[in-house]
Design a protein around this ligand. Structure first.
Ligand code: 2AM
Ligand code: CA
Ligand code: CA
Ligand code: CA
Length: 268
């Protein structure tokens, strides 16, 4: 498989899917809730996932798709080529703001991330990366990230993780919030990862994300020297939901050692 051809193909699918999503904004959305009342999905999330699957299956019959909305394959391992897709990351933003949502895609070969994409649909910017090929914001090659201290850091974190919860010790989180320069919450994991990659955030932390939220971002993040693990400092297997941190090197270790203590990991 020619990685450049696959890259060109994936980019054209993403652009077409994004065009379809933008067009859909002029018609009324069909909104349903999934497991919990605040876990929403729309007809456009579903149609976008189906759009990718239709094309990938017809052009790369042996490739498998691991998508949030469940129209892809039943994935129990990452052998061969697997496309990890979140058709709309930030569905709540999509519904409420009509902005700040992204298509998140990672293409993995035998468990190794080879191509990653985060397309900010309304901003019309494509962040991409390929294994050992660097990270790009559209056509601009991104530099490696430098160091940052906790005191100088702006950290992406959802406020719900600072309210006492079953995953993480509360005291450390409060201490973190008191120490950092600032926190931001954007409502799209993929966009928050893209902000770390482009240096707009120094770290992004979540107690629970799914493989399709992070697969594309992880390929790109690696190319700028960012470190991504779960909050127990372990490798992410991309088969199960897990906690997540992506950060500048050094800061990553400092955050996990001095501030974030896990009570229960979603993957356990
Ligand atoms: P989604 O929009 O694709 O569901 C919101 O803080 C971020 O967390 C989004 O990236 C959202 O992705 C993700 N997320 C993952 N699991 C979620 C869940 N069960 N409910 C809401 N958001 C979830
Ligand atoms: Ca969702
Ligand atoms: Ca998501
Ligand atoms: Ca989604």
């Amino acid at each position: 498989m020619d990685i450049h051809k696959l890259d060109t193909y994936a980019k054209s699918l993403i652009k077409e899917a994004a065009y379809n999503i933008k067009t859909s904004l002029s018609s009324e959305l069909i909104i349903e809730s999934k497991s919990e009342a605040n876990d929403l999905v729309t007809n456009i999330d579903k149609e976008t996932e189906k759009f990718f699957i239709k094309h990938i299956k017809s052009d790369f019959a042996e490739h498998r798709i691991f998508g949030e909305e469940g129209f892809g394959d039943d994935i129990k391992d990452l052998s061969g080529y697997v496309w990890l897709l979140d058709p709309i990351d930030g569905t709540t933003n999509f519904i409420h703001q009509k902005q700040n949502f992204a298509i998140s895609l990672g293409i993995y070969k035998d468990g190794v991330g080879i191509l990653g994409y985060i397309y900010n649909v309304m901003e019309d910017t494509l962040l991409s990366g390929s294994l050992n090929g660097g990270a790009y914001l559209d056509d601009l090659r991104l530099p490696k990230l430098g160091a940052s201290s906790v005191e100088e850091a702006v950290v992406g974190i959802n406020a719900r993780w600072v309210v006492p919860n079953r995953y993480v010790h509360h005291e450390g989180m409060v201490n973190l919030l008191k120490t950092v320069r600032g926190t931001r919450s954007l409502g799209s994991a993929a966009i928050e990862i893209s902000y770390v990659v482009t240096g707009k955030l120094d770290a992004y932390i979540s107690m629970r994300l799914s493989p399709w939220d992070i697969a594309g971002g992880m390929v790109i993040a690696k190319e700028v020297g960012a470190i991504a693990t779960n909050l127990a400092f372990e490798h992410l297997d991309l088969l199960n939901a897990d906690s997540f941190i992506v950060s500048k090197p050094g800061l990553h270790e400092q955050l996990l050692t001095d501030y974030i203590q896990i009570k229960q990991n979603p993957a356990d």
